[in-house]
Design a protein around this ligand. Structure first.
Ligand code: GLN
Length: 312
């Protein structure tokens, strides 16, 4: 470790954490009843370098469900199995400019716009080869665990809460099934997706997961090659254009990193060949991303010159 760099990064995270802690904007998601129980004051930041060093501030070890931050990692698993050409026949790579739960299906084919919105994520999840929904869920949990570098588990209460209120996602699955863009049973397809969203993580896990994509698919902590390098490149590209939903353009301008947010308040971003960085803070903005998370990343991006388009 370089002790000077360690202090600079740690102090940067601590300072941004301290300054943004009093921010009270945003609303905790409540359309999934269990998510409404989250503590709006929880705020964690974590950064993981390509050397596997972890830098943390605040409640970086508080657990929460991964929700949509799972999408790029399951996309990576499906891409590793199917390859980009086959994958693209089923799910597009175009930003939709719509909300995360929009009915964004291509005219005629029913193909969802991209794997980061719910429709595309449900389709992607169900492209993971398996003989049964249970086996598919197990494969997804294994993959998310490999990205995080530790054994993860499903929060059964959040899963039940999500399944009990998930009619909109089931409706998306039915529409895709009717159009021929989803080949598995729509109800089972939604269940596998709900379980994927209910996997428990902490902020450090999300930073390790982002760092694995930044590191060409190799987990910088365990050194495991989780997905091929080319897959990591493809997933980061989709994150850059679609990861922040209808705020993806503004995010790219202001932060300049591929990223993915979720409704529980988690957010992960990747700086290729440099680090993964993550935040957790439950209050969300209009587009369904963490208010503190977005501001923290804007500020840290400036401070550390993280923007991809920045001249070094
Ligand atoms: N499980 C959530 C849903 O499908 C995930 C959405 C999100 O995190 N943006 O509604």
């Amino acid at each position: 470790t370089d002790p000077v760099a360690f202090d600079v990064v740690s102090e940067g995270l601590a300072e941004v954490h301290r300054r943004l802690l009093p921010v009270t904007d945003g609303e905790v998601a409540s359309y999934i009843p269990q998510l409404a129980l989250a503590d709006p004051d929880d705020f964690g930041i974590a950064l993981v370098s390509m050397g596997g060093h972890r830098y943390e501030a605040g409640s970086s070890r508080t657990e929460f469900t991964i929700q949509s931050v799972s999408k790029p990692f399951v996309h990576a698993l499906a891409l590793a199995e199917l390859g980009l050409d086959e994958m693209s026949r089923w799910v597009g790579n175009e930003p939709s400019g719509d909300a995360f739960n929009a009915i964004s299906l291509e005219h005629g084919t029913g193909r969802p716009a991209n794997p980061m919105i719910n429709a595309g994520a449900i389709a992607t999840t169900n492209l993971v080869p398996a003989d049964s929904p249970a086996e598919r869920s197990a494969r997804i949990l294994d993959a998310l665990s490999a990205f995080a570098g530790r054994r993860l588990a499903v929060d059964e209460e959040v899963y039940r809460s999500e399944a009990a209120t998930g009619d909109r996602n089931r409706a998306l699955a039915y529409l895709m099934h009717a159009a021929g863009s989803l080949r598995t049973d729509p109800v089972e397809a939604a269940e596998v997706y709900f379980r994927q969203c209910s996997v428990l993580v902490n902020t450090v896990d999300l930073a390790v997961m982002g760092a694995t994509l930044a590191n060409g698919g190799v987990n910088p902590v365990t050194r495991e090659q989780v997905v091929p390098e080319q897959v990591a490149v493809e997933v980061l590209s989709v994150m850059a254009t679609c990861g922040m939903y209808d705020a993806a353009g503004d995010w790219l301008v202001r932060v300049g990193l591929p990223a993915k947010s979720g409704v529980s308040g988690g957010l992960t971003a990747a700086s290729p060949a440099r680090f993964g960085i993550a935040c957790y803070s439950p209050p969300l903005d209009r587009t369904g991303s963490s208010v503190r998370g977005v501001v923290a990343l804007r500020e840290l991006s400036r401070r550390f010159g993280m923007h991809l388009m920045h001249h070094p």
